[in-house]
Design a protein. Structure first.
Length: 84
């Protein structure tokens, strides 16, 4: 029979595991997203060099959005970690 303290430790461990997995998935997702943006921008600039400036600007803005979402996910994971 589990003691009440053991149940509390299990919940704490599960919360910390969830926060760690969430932060890891956010970072992996951001890396994949920024890589795909870079690949698409490079291909676009290779096909139409005269639009390279516009493509580069759009890619930079999109990369900032992806990084912002990843940062938000990491902040949520840290909040879970500190509240537990």
């Amino acid at each position: 029979m589990m003691m009440l303290q053991e149940v509390g430790n299990t919940a704490l461990n599960n919360a910390l595991l969830g926060a760690g997995i969430g932060a890891g998935v956010a970072v992996i997702g951001a890396g994949i997203g920024i890589g795909l943006i870079g690949r698409g921008a490079t291909e676009g600039m290779a096909r139409q060099p005269d639009l390279a400036g516009n493509i580069q600007t759009a890619a930079l803005i999109l990369a900032a959005f992806v990084e912002g979402v990843a940062l938000f996910a990491i902040v949520v994971a840290v909040l879970i970690w500190t509240k537990v």
